[in-house]
Ligand binder design. Sequence first.
Ligand code: SAH
Length: 234
Amino acid sequence: MTNVFQEGLQRLGLSGELEAAFLRYRQELLEWNTRFNLTAIKDPEEVMTKHFLDSLSLLAIYPQDEATLLDIGTGPGFPGLPLKMARPHWRVTLVEATNKKVTFLRHMVDVLELEHVEVIHGRAEELGQKPAYRSAFDLVTARAVAALPALLEYCAPYCRVGGAIILPKKGDLQDEMAQGKRAAAQVGAVLEADTVVDLPGINDGRRLLTWRQQKRCPEQYPRSGAAMAKRPLG
Ligand code: SAH
């Protein structure tokens, strides 16, 4: 397995030396997972591929050395923490609504001695109304958090004009995609690329949808969670 992870690192142009830190991350994740419900993926080999390599796959289309990243609904850190480990110059903000996951994230940032990682306990739709966070990030992502219209409403308010929103998705997206494109127009973004993820150990039809923020997201977004559920964009 380690070989599969090493092959993945190599394919992404990353140093094999990163593996030690990822093994430590996995050890803490699986240990904490026996007390808190952090991840449904418990197989050690799958953690390396479906969590770590899958998170790192964003680098295949966003390889920059410098960036400000916001990861919404990061859970135990995906994809934000692996990206920070691979790109030490990035400034990373992780937002998570569940307190026990936030506790784990802060622990992981300590253990891995990461700098310039801000862990925020809160909901995307609340933080998005704070001026300091609006149009503030080069790159915004969210994995496995919601359907496209809600994801775009969560992400776009934080993305600077000209910045990117990259959303990992899998499965048949036909209906969701049509609605997502209409939602994007409402929040000032447009679909730029739909990229199949081709990495060892990942063959479940995973794709990365890249949206470009073309203009500032209207101030009315994100709406309250209740309004989003009642009247989804798109
Ligand atoms: N991104 C991680 C976790 C996905 S599970 C991964 O891919 O493995 C979805 C996570 O999003 C949960 O931890 C949940 O608490 C969080 N979440 C859901 N809605 C949110 C919101 N509006 N704001 C912040 N976090 C949210």
